[in-house]
Design a protein around this ligand. Structure first.
Ligand SMILES: [Zn+2]
Length: 400
């Protein structure tokens, strides 16, 4: 066994025990009861702070946020929520915003300072922007490789069939370094559910990559789309490799229909991402989890053309999920926390996640008695460690 390089002493784990965590080569190599003896290795005294795994920011848009840039007032849609119109507003706003790399860094700093050590970002790839946004975000990802692990989704924001050249661009995006294939409301946006899914799953199958589809469609259209995505997932043996983001339609279903949908999703091992959005119906988190569905979360939009909210704090997001889901008991609050940590890691298929021997030494210290209190109190005083190295403290990112 390699010797301990850094020993983190007096770490309070979720079970209340006080432990010393030994780290070597960026990984956890020992977790032992805290000892009163002076440590032999280089040590960091965590002082009994609650130590939890780094948060999983499972759905964000690094290319479209205006966080840290000039405030851009939100413009409402002409006749209620309309994805096409919002995409048009976004194009207008992006034309007058600060350069994309500057905005992406602003947003990454915000997320890292709040404790996210793992992220999945969607990046626009379509006939309007081509591969330019992806090139920019790929370069920024490289800059931040010691601070956060980032998966990128080739996201067809302008549709796949409606935006000429997009199927080829999605294919090239994966060759360039995007990790997943995205999609967007196959039926309502492209008005061709199967045609849209043919491209998404075709590119995924060709390159052997995972899928994460934005689905805002509600009601029976939303449910039908979910059923078709699940059927494809099973037909291609892609269980565990497909996610549906938002899936608002699940929130429109009544008791039995919701239960049947949850069973279909669980049987297909498709993950559901929800950010517990403000005024939308959203997936029944407790029912999905009880049925065996992996539910994960993300900030989604932060100060962009879609809404002005978002602070990049996944602990706050856990609170929001719990608040909107009516979670009160300790077990329910722990479930909300699980969504932004372990379940997020499962949905993203992260290697070496968690506070265990062999895992990456990615963790956050919190001023809280235990996890349920952390979820409701959202303490802002935090230290964030990536591969055993301090990368942020109390809201500020630390650079080597
Ligand atoms: Zn999104």
């Amino acid at each position: 066994m390699s010797p301990i390089e850094i020993l983190f002493t007096r770490a309070k784990l979720a079970d209340g025990s006080l432990k010393d965590i030994g780290v070597s080569g960026g990984r956890i190599i020992s977790i032992e009861p805290s000892s009163a003896e002076a440590p032999l290795a280089e040590s960091v005294d965590l002082g009994g702070a609650l130590v939890v795994p780094g948060f999983v920011e499972g759905h964000i848009h690094l290319d479209t946020s205006f966080f840290g840039d000039a405030w851009i007032p939100h413009k409402p849609c002409t006749n209620g929520f309309d994805v096409h119109e919002r995409v048009a507003f976004q194009a207008q706003n992006m034309a007058q915003a600060a350069p994309m790399d500057v905005r992406a860094r602003n947003q990454l700093d915000l997320c890292i300072a709040n404790g996210s050590t793992q992220m999945r970002s969607h990046v626009m790839v379509d006939g309007s922007v081509g591969l330019k946004s992806l090139e920019t975000v790929l370069a920024v990802r490289e800059e931040y490789r010691d601070h956060i692990d980032i998966q990128l989704v080739a996201f067809p924001q302008s549709g796949i069939l409606k935006s000429p050249g997009t199927p080829q661009l999605m294919d090239e995006a994966i060759s360039m370094g995007a990790d997943l294939v995205g999609g967007l409301d196959p039926a309502s946006f492209d008005r061709d559910l199967e045609g849209h899914l043919d491209v998404v799953f075709g590119v995924a199958e060709k390159h052997g990559v995972d899928v994460d589809i934005h689905l805002h469609d509600g009601g029976t259209l939303g449910l039908f789309t979910i059923e078709q995505i699940c059927a494809r997932t099973r037909a291609l043996s892609m269980q565990g490799h497909v996610a549906i983001s938002h899936a608002y339609g699940l929130g429109d279903l009544g008791g039995d229909a919701a239960k049947r949908a949850a069973e279909t999703i669980a049987a297909s091992d498709v993950s559901i991402m929800t950010n517990a959005p403000g005024h939308h119906a959203f997936p029944p988190v407790a029912l999905l989890r009880a049925s065996g569905v992996t539910v994960f979360s993300g900030s989604d939009n932060i100060r962009d053309s879609w809404w002005p909210y978002g602070d990049g704090d996944m602990l706050g997001r856990a609170m929001m999920i719990g608040y909107r889901s009516g979670f009160y008991t300790d077990d329910e609050l722990k479930a909300a926390f699980d969504i932004v940590t372990d379940s997020g890691a499962k949905a993203l298929r992260l290697e070496g996640y968690g506070l265990k021997i062999g895992a990456k030494a990615d963790f956050v210290t919190l001023k809280a008695e235990h996890v349920p209190e952390a979820v409701v109190a959202i303490p802002k005083e935090r230290s964030v460690y990536k591969a055993g190295r301090l990368v942020a403290r109390n809201g500020a990112v630390i650079r080597a």
